[in-house]
Write a protein that binds this ligand. Structure first.
Ligand code: PMP
Ligand code: GLU
Length: 399
């Protein structure tokens, strides 16, 4: 018999769809994968070389659990430069990916009776990490017409004496939207007034477009900084998903608890990856601009095309590498003896009929949408969108 905890959670749907698309591809099926959020760029050579050097130099042993000092110092430098935030080493912990950092935060902070507020649509792992720690996710709906930002008054209405934390993600996965400073200031006021933590997942910080500026909520004053744990990592910014490196910055008592939890679970993040991460953060950063400019080109193309596909409409995201088209008008359409009545039906239809993998909005808490990751080649984007258009042309869709 599995534990009640294990029975409460499901596998990550984004990773599940990616596995399915990859398995179809391996069996010879020509699938276009818009499923997973993973840069199609290769990790820059200077970063790879730093890891190779670490291996050659024998830097292959256990390290300090929460990360080596040169890496903590590089992270401190990044926070100072990018976010105008000053942290000390004891306020930083390095983990095996941002997902791991978020998991350690959940372990360190949430428990039975705690409520954790999650604006929806949300990234798939937030609710399950809350459930894994016997706390309760409380969802607050956001809408397209508000650029998917939580309204401070809607947030305030969810706050109870049991509210332990709010999980904020800007730029957002899956909507691609960025919070503006004014809204963040109001959220910060609420966190301070009602004394809850803000978990600020800023992993898409470097991928912002149209000249907008990413603001870390922790930078909006000493009081909110003391209640915020900032999460970031190298998966998206430096195309390092497989290396597994993320980090968190926050109050030293929380960071210490996270480090203790890590010391009893994974121990240190991979030693070679840590050396590579020092190079990623301290070395040349031009690669990020090149990657971002290419994502920007694809973003404009994808969103423009989606808005010409019958049944779909899509707002222009200003961050990350996801488009989140509204597909509600398609629901009710029939093909053969079947009806498409949800985002899950639609995703399955597109996978089977068009051989295009994307993620159903239901996985992110909003069934009226699907998520398209455009972190794939322009050729695949053109082909995939054309296949979607063709497959939807075979359906009877409401105007
Ligand atoms: N947060 C968000 C919003 C994400 O999309 C991801 C996806 N990878 C992560 C955290 C975790 O990233 P990683 O564990 O690869 O650092
Ligand atoms: N974050 C990425 C996504 O949403 C990677 C998959 C995952 O970690 O769940 O697709």
């Amino acid at each position: 018999m599995l534990s009640p905890r294990a029975q409460k959670i499901k596998p990550s749907p984004t990773l599940a769809i990616d596995s399915r698309a990859k398995a179809m591809k391996a069996s010879g099926i020509d699938v276009i994968n818009f499923g997973v959020g993973e840069p199609d760029f290769d990790t820059p050579d200077n970063i790879k070389e730093a890891a190779c050097r670490a291996i050659r130099d024998g830097f292959t042993k256990y390290t300090a659990v929460g990360g080596i000092d040169p890496l903590k110092d590089a992270i401190i430098g990044k926070f100072q430069k990018d976010n105008n935030l000053a942290y000390k080493r004891e306020e930083i912990v390095v983990s095996c990916g941002a997902k791991h950092s978020l998991y350690n935060i959940a372990q360190a902070l949430y428990g039975p009776g705690d409520e954790v507020i999650i604006p929806s649509p949300y990234w798939v792992s937030y609710p399950d990490q809350v459930l894994l720690n016997d706390a309760k996710p409380v969802f607050v709906k956001t809408v397209e017409s508000d650029s998917f930002m939580v309204r401070p008054e809607a947030l305030e209405a969810c706050i109870t004496k049991n509210t332990k934390a709010l999980i904020l993600n800007s730029p957002s996965n899956p909507t691609g939207m960025l919070y503006d400073k004014k809204t963040l200031e109001k959220i910060a006021e609420l966190a301070v007034k009602h004394n809850f933590y803000v978990i600020s997942d800023e992993i898409y910080e470097k991928l912002v477009y149209d000249g907008v500026t990413h603001v870390s909520i922790a930078s909006l004053g000493e009081e909110v900084r003391a209640k915020t744990i900032v999460v970031n990592g190298l998966s998206k910014s430096h195309a390092m998903t497989g290396w597994r490196l993320g980090y968190a910055a926050g109050p030293s008592d929380v960071i210490k608890a996270m480090t203790n939890i890590q010391s009893q679970s994974t121990s240190n993040p991979n030693s070679m990856t840590q050396k590579a991460a020092v190079e990623a953060l301290n070395g040349p950063q031009e690669f990020i601009i090149t990657m971002r400019d290419e994502f920007d080109r694809r973003r404009k193309f994808v969103v423009t095309e989606l808005n010409t596909i019958p049944g779909m409409s899509c707002i222009m995201p200003n961050g990350a590498f996801y488009a989140f088209p509204n597909t509600a008008k398609i629901y009710g359409a029939r093909f053969g003896d079947k009806t498409i009545s949800s985002s899950t039906d639609l995703a399955l239809y597109l996978l089977e009929e068009a051989k295009v993998a994307l993620v159903h909005g239901e996985a992110f808490g909003d069934d009226n949408y699907v998520r398209i990751s455009y972190a794939t080649s322009m050729d695949d984007i053109r082909k995939g969108l054309e296949r979607i258009r063709q497959a939807l042309q075979n359906l009877e869709i409401r105007k």
